[in-house]
Design a binder for this molecule. Structure first.
Ligand SMILES: [Zn+2]
Length: 184
């Protein structure tokens, strides 16, 4: 398995600050999620980043109990890994606890963005969730299907950076093409 050391090196890249910084520079685009998928043997790591606009429906602090309930529901939904990520059954993948990073109100950043139609607020916020799965039969892992478009209907597409046995590549997922085929 000559590809293993390469994979390990690429996975290690996830941990270095420059990679994190590169991720942070992704545009804030309503309707679009950014996903990183790294498959290394039986370990699958997924990072999902999406705007609060798509996940919650607004990007400011909740102003009343109804909005607080929407934030809670969104938190629950993004942590529901079984609905968001489905693996080839034969690969027997199990999830380790997902981690959600929601910026606090003070972290909401205003910056240039590519979308239009909501100049009513200046602060945008993104949610980031990391998932980790271990597959006991990784040779059977052929594809990962995402339920994110069903769970969060305002998401139109996801730009996916995949690192698997063939190296790194970019794919686009949509509601009608929500299956990421892996190369083993
Ligand atoms: Zn926004």
């Amino acid at each position: 398995m000559t590809v293993r050391p390469l994979c390990a090196a690429l996975l290690a890249a996830f941990a270095v600050p420059s990679f994190v910084a590169a991720q942070a520079q992704h545009a804030h685009v309503h309707g679009q999620a950014f996903v990183d998928v790294a498959v290394d043997g039986g370990q699958v790591e997924i990072q999902l980043r999406a705007t609060a606009q798509d996940l919650v429906g607004f990007e400011r602090k909740p102003a009343n109990p109804e909005e607080e309930a929407r934030v809670s529901a969104a938190r629950k939904a993004v942590l529901d890994h079984a609905r968001l990520w489905r693996f080839s059954v034969a690969a027997r993948c199990v999830a380790e606890g997902p981690v959600l990073e929601v910026p606090g109100a003070g972290d909401a950043h205003d910056h240039d963005h590519d979308h239009e139609g909501h100049d009513d607020h200046v602060a945008h916020s993104d949610w980031t969730v990391r998932y980790r799965f271990r597959c006991s039969a990784p040779e059977a892992l052929r594809a990962i299907e995402s339920g994110m478009f069903a769970v969060f209907p305002s998401l139109q597409s996801a730009t996916v950076q995949v690192i698997d046995a063939t190296g790194a590549r970019e794919e686009t997922l949509t509601a009608s093409a929500n299956r990421l085929v892996l190369v083993r």
